[in-house]
Design a protein around this ligand. Sequence first.
Ligand SMILES: C[S@@+](CC[C@H](N)C(=O)[O-])C[C@H]1O[C@@H](n2cnc3c(N)ncnc32)[C@H](O)[C@@H]1O
Length: 255
Amino acid sequence: MADQISHDYDTTMLDMLQIIWGEGYLSPGGPQAVREIVAGIDLAGKRVLDIGCGIGGLDEMLVELGASHVTAVDVAAPLIALARRRVADPRIAFEVIEPEQALPFANASFDVVFTKDAWLHVIDKRALLGEVHRVLKPGGRLAGGDWMKGPEPFSADMLYFIELEGIPYHPTTLAEYGLMLHQLGFEDVKLVDINAWYRDLARQELARLKGELFGVMTEKLGAEARDHFVEDWRMLTVVLDKGELRPARLWARKP
Ligand SMILES: C[S@@+](CC[C@H](N)C(=O)[O-])C[C@H]1O[C@@H](n2cnc3c(N)ncnc32)[C@H](O)[C@@H]1O
């Protein structure tokens, strides 16, 4: 059994996610996904806040794309410690934050708030979005991605998938995100469902786990964890195909 370095993402999970998604990345799409999320936003000279940064691969990409400073925050202290060991760049500051609490930043501190596939773990998204609004400068942009759910209650398949994942899932619908963003006074709200994109990619990922990555998974994770993740990915393809899990992107601007 692997060391438990974090309540949610243990070392086995971190190894697994990086085998499939690349070093420093705990979500799908790699550097290209970061590029797509910030496309059309000039990051040059901008101060960016990344909420739910994991181990920092995306933050390295944000500075590569021109951000002058990235404050990268996560609730998991072990992941922040790992991010600090991985990334030694004075333009990136990693900080631990408390879950479901006000962000420890002054009003109007950031030009851009970025996030990727982390807010599904947040219970009170309205409060978080209110905080995003507060810490953004006037004219500041929210640019992110998250894993949404479909409109129906979770099926037995979805509950089994969440059990296999072993981390807390509190996804909402993309429509609910849109409603909250409008109610909070954001403008230029743009929401894009990318379920179809990930449905295809996850199927390719499952094939790679059973094929070219089988050996490295066995070596790094052991047979038991390898088999667990192959089953996890099989169920990922099932809930994506059923439309119950719906990765999406979202953009908005604070007036
Ligand atoms: C799937 S990982 C994505 C990490 C990173 N954004 C990436 O794409 O590599 C989800 C992250 O959300 C973090 N997280 C969980 N609950 C959170 C919360 N309430 N606020 C912010 N981040 C949270 C986890 O610790 C984890 O690092």
